[in-house]
Design a protein. Structure first.
Length: 406
């Protein structure tokens, strides 16, 4: 009610366009009265108002909160608004910090709520605005009493079976009795944690740009530079790089992975510690888009075998560019004989997650060039060869880091 009063003042000064949205979870017998109260007040104050009835029955706090945000953010999208204003105050912030502390949160959790934040709504971002975050709720009540404006109290707020209510009614009053400035001190602490979290996030993103690929289909982190990082930065790097959210135990398990180890993650994802990389493997089949081969004049240089390679023109008849198939083989240039492509890639220490994405130049089931790895015997250009060409591959190769900007 205090938030609505303040925003109405701004609306009357033509500083913003205001509408209201109320969500009835359907969890209390008196919730319909709350909805009617809000609707009636908004009509008197000429504020457009929507009411959503969710009927969640026996939902827990988190489920109810998520359903409420989904409903509110959907209303925001429908109305085309720029921000959703929320009435969290300094005591809410103190409760949030303690809840996160008791759950073992790091700097992200201990940063608490922000005055301005972004939240996803049906795939789109919406601004959350908490203009009262540093306000004392006792002061807000005095303002409402002075203005003779009544409000509703959620009857479940008195039930100490909920941990937040226990902190609100038992723990924090006892703390404030001994430390009157506790709320403001915790608010300062949250700001410090938020600044430190922002710094670590920025440093982690800078590091990932140089030492990782977090785009599909080859998501990985280089392990050698990773090993020498501070543990605090390691946790931030791994949580940004991982495509699914990580709790503390999974984060520590990832950091402890040894070469050859795998770890199951959420939503079917897996992590694999390879020779030089920590890979994140999708449960879905993903393909790296094949590039193209550009034919250039042969000037006597055979190429590096990675992106450029010379071939006798006759060796390219009937060739196609593709990824590997069962039964593929290669006769490596300079080797004593043919071997399976699988054995060749293992011998070359090509990471397992990369093998299905390698571009291959093939004649049937014979690979004449494993692009990014090496050529086959078909690439031998003899001194008397006059009809040769140099091929150059244009495209991304598995293991490259083409930049991680969104």
């Amino acid at each position: 009610m205090a938030l609505l009063l303040a925003l109405r003042e701004l609306r009357d000064q033509e500083l913003l366009i205001l509408s209201a949205a109320h969500v009835d979870h359907g969890l209390r017998p008196d919730s319909l009265e709350d909805a009617a109260f809000v609707k009636g007040l908004c009509e008197r104050w000429h504020i457009p108002c929507t009411v959503d009835h969710l009927a969640l029955e026996k939902a827990g706090e988190n489920e109810a909160r998520n359903a409420r945000y989904d409903a509110l953010l959907m209303r925001c999208r429908e109305a085309g608004v720029q921000a959703l204003a929320l009435a969290h105050h300094c005591q809410d912030q103190a409760e949030t910090l303690l809840l996160h502390l008791f759950r073992g949160s790091g700097s992200a959790g201990m940063a608490g709520m922000e005055e301005w934040a972004l939240r996803l709504a049906a795939g789109a971002e919406m601004h959350l605005w908490r203009p009262l975050l540093h306000a004392d709720p006792l002061l807000l009540r005095r303002v409402l009493e002075k203005e003779k404006i009544s409000w509703r109290e959620d009857s479940t707020n008195a039930e100490e079976k909920y941990l937040r209510n226990y902190l609100r009614h038992t723990v924090l009053p006892a703390v404030r009795e001994r430390i009157p400035e506790a709320d403001s001190a915790m608010s300062r602490a949250a700001k410090i944690f938020r600044d430190e979290e922002d710094f670590l996030q920025q440093e982690a993103k800078k590091w990932l740009e140089q030492n990782a690929c977090i785009k599909p289909p080859c998501r990985f982190v280089l392990t050698k530079p990773f090993e020498h990082m501070h543990p605090a930065l390691k946790r931030h790097v791994i949580r940004i790089a991982c495509p699914v959210s990580l709790e503390y135990a999974k984060t520590e398990a990832l950091l402890a992975l040894q070469k050859g180890d795998t770890l199951n993650l959420a939503k079917g994802w897996r992590a694999l510690r390879g020779e030089k990389r920590l890979h994140f493997l999708s449960p879905e089949l993903e393909k790296l888009t094949l590039g193209t081969l550009e034919e250039m004049p042969y000037g006597g240089k055979t190429g590096d075998g990675i992106r450029t390679q010379a071939f006798p023109k006759a060796a390219l008849q009937g060739c196609q560019l593709r990824t590997r198939r069962p039964g593929d083989s290669i006769y490596p240039l300079g080797a004593k004989g043919e071997k399976s492509l699988q054995d060749y890639l293992v011998d070359k220490k090509i990471d397992r997650p990369f093998r299905d994405h390698l571009p291959l130049l093939c004649q049937g089931s014979r690979v004449i060039w494993a692009i990014g790895v090496g050529p086959g015997e078909e690439a031998r250009v003899r001194p008397q060869e006059t009809d040769a060409v140099l091929l150059r591959y244009e495209g991304i190769l598995p293991g490259e880091m083409p930049g991680n900007e969104e």
